[in-house]
Design a protein around this ligand. Structure first.
Ligand SMILES: [Zn+2]
Length: 184
């Protein structure tokens, strides 16, 4: 499981623990063979649980001047570090537990990808792909709880037959903007 400094970051570690719980709840809403359950389970397994001494560490602090919520990084020796910005999260999501779980899940997909690649993405194409799958995975949280994603990657009003297509497109759109910096 992940390492979190509960001594110095009690509240922030608690936020991550709750986001993990909510992700587990979302996973339980899907049948095990579904792509949603499989992706969320992989993410929960990759994160591990609080202080289980695996190679995932959680840190807190400002990430960039764009107000990013979280960022993963891979280190051959130290493992994977995921940094969350509790102030940016609070500013944008307040007490919205679903979006905190969606952020947790997004970062969790990055962990899954970094474990399999054994490094951070290098090319824009790799970055695009990892962002795309992270947005797809976070949409599973919104889908489980029937909420509109502020990123547009899930909308409960989408017609059932087209929902997956919409999800794929919007995830590609947001991932493109993340990687190539398009202005709204
Ligand atoms: Zn990302």
């Amino acid at each position: 499981m992940y390492n979190c400094d509960t001594k110095n970051n009690k509240d922030s570690c608690e936020m991550v623990r709750k986001a993990r719980e909510r992700t587990q709840q979302a996973r339980n809403r899907y049948v095990s063979r579904s792509p949603q359950a499989k992706a969320l389970q992989r993410i929960l397994d990759a994160f591990g649980t609080e202080n289980d001494e695996n190679n995932v560490s959680i840190a807190f602090g400002v990430i960039d001047n764009k107000g990013s919520h979280a960022q993963p990084s891979y280190n051959e020796n130290a493992g994977i570090l995921v940094k969350f910005d509790p102030i940016a999260l609070q500013r944008d999501f307040g007490g919205n537990r679903i979006e905190l779980a969606a952020t947790f899940t997004h970062e969790g997909q990055h962990i899954v990808d970094e474990i399999s690649q054994q490094r951070d993405p290098i090319t824009n194409e790799e970055s695009f792909h990892t962002e795309w799958s992270a947005y797809i995975s976070q949409s599973y949280i919104n889908q489980a709880f029937n909420t509109l994603s502020p990123y547009g990657v899930w909308d409960p009003s989408w017609p059932a037959l087209k929902a997956n297509k919409h999800r794929t497109w919007t995830a590609a759109e947001v991932a493109t903007c993340d990687v190539y910096d398009c202005e709204p």
